[in-house]
Design a protein around this ligand. Structure first.
Ligand SMILES: [Mg+2]
Length: 381
């Protein structure tokens, strides 16, 4: 039986090429470097699998040291000896050592390990991840959504021109700056973009501002408003849902399948936002997809300005389930990953991900480049 023999953890920094701020925080400033945690699993026959996540404590609560110590001290010891295909058993083990609160505990740390197990198991099976999950290799392209970073109507025009020049058709922007600014930005985006237009408020609205802006967005023709209200205020979503007709989604509110079930069962959302790091990885994302499909809801893909292998894993999951919407996976807009992934530009170009037929997620980081980027002065116990 093939089992996990070794776990390696790489806390690294990746250069940030463009500043990105939103209602609940920032994904980094140009010239800085963003922290990431990579997990490498090796099985008893020498095959490897990779997972990676980005700590973003202003978005969720996990920090770089907490991710490293959780994976190294709690998850790694119980992974060794585990059958490489036992993703169900993996969930039991992860939750045995780091329990749940009201929702999933430490989803980012769990996601890194879960993604690595899926990459390893599908590589060992000689299958792409999408085929391993029950999909088809014939479904291999997914358009990306360009993330607009400008927070005023004039600069948004330049931002859109830049995105279009790179081949993007679909655009997303961050709302909850100020109601009049949000509405002015939405007008410009809708005027210039024929594709899918998606606004994300990152929990930033009060109910009265959400009502006002959502109604205006609907009239302008914005296709989706994501996470308008604070994540723990289900009752406000109920009120908003009754008062506006624009399609709605939650992101920060839905970490587990049980969380999402509440929103789906009450008819409060139109989409499931597939986001692997938020959802503790692929296994629990598949459960959320089952809830969405049972409820008749559409799928759309998002990320945490993640690294390329996390983006590819999300695309593999989305294509396994024939997701038709653009993926808001914007890492390449903000990160310089050229040293880590020599094949990146063969897979991502013209605003689209073109998955190959290599086993696993379709790319692995260059280990020497990871070692060059290693954080050696990590503050931890
Ligand atoms: Mg979001």
């Amino acid at each position: 039986m093939r089992t996990i023999a070794r776990v390696d953890i790489f806390p690294v920094r990746i250069p940030v090429t463009r500043t990105f701020t939103f209602a609940s925080g920032t994904a980094g400033a140009a010239g800085e470097a963003a922290p990431f945690v990579f997990v490498k699993l090796t099985d008893n026959e020498g095959e490897v699998g990779w997972g990676a996540v980005r700590p973003m404590p202003s978005w969720s609560y996990e920090t770089l040291p907490s991710l490293v110590t959780t994976i190294r001290d709690f998850f790694a010891p119980m992974l060794v000896g585990m059958p490489i295909t036992d993703v169900h058993g993996l969930q039991q083990r992860l939750h045995r050592v780091i329990g749940r609160g009201p929702s999933t505990g430490q989803p980012n740390a769990k996601a890194a390990v879960d993604m690595a197990v899926y990459d390893l198991a599908s590589r060992a099976a000689g299958m792409t991840l999408r085929s391993f999950l029950g999909g088809s290799d014939a479904r291999n392209t997914i358009p990306l959504s360009y993330t607009l970073t400008a927070h005023n109507a004039e600069s948004v025009r330049d931002d859109i021109a830049e995105g279009k020049q790179s081949g993007f058709v679909h655009f997303n922007f961050k709302a909850a700056v100020k109601p009049q600014t949000d509405i002015a930005v939405a007008r410009v985006v809708r005027e210039l973009v024929d594709g899918f237009v998606w606004a994300d408020a990152n929990q930033g609205f009060s109910l009265h501002d959400a009502r006002r802006v959502a109604a205006a967005f609907d009239e302008i023709g914005v296709d989706l408003l994501e996470q308008p209200l604070p994540a723990d205020k289900l009752h406000l979503m109920r009120t908003l849902r009754r008062q506006v007709s624009i399609p709605l989604a939650v992101d920060e509110s839905s970490v587990s399948a049980a969380d999402f079930f509440q929103y789906a069962a009450e008819g409060l959302v139109d989409y499931l936002v597939i986001k692997l790091p938020r959802s503790a990885g692929i296994y629990t994302t598949l459960q959320q997809i089952a809830v969405a499909q049972s409820a008749g809801l559409d799928l759309i893909v998002s990320g945490l300005t993640g690294t390329f292998i996390t983006k590819l894993a999300a695309c593999q999951v989305a294509l396994a389930y024939d997701c038709k919407r653009p993926a808001g996976l914007n890492g390449s807009q903000f990160l310089d990953e050229s040293a880590l992934y020599p094949t990146l530009r063969q897979i991502e170009y013209d605003g689209t991900i073109h998955l190959n037929n290599e086993p696993g997620v379709g790319a692995q980081p260059d280990e020497a480049a990871l070692r060059d980027a290693l954080i050696r002065d990590l503050p931890m116990s």
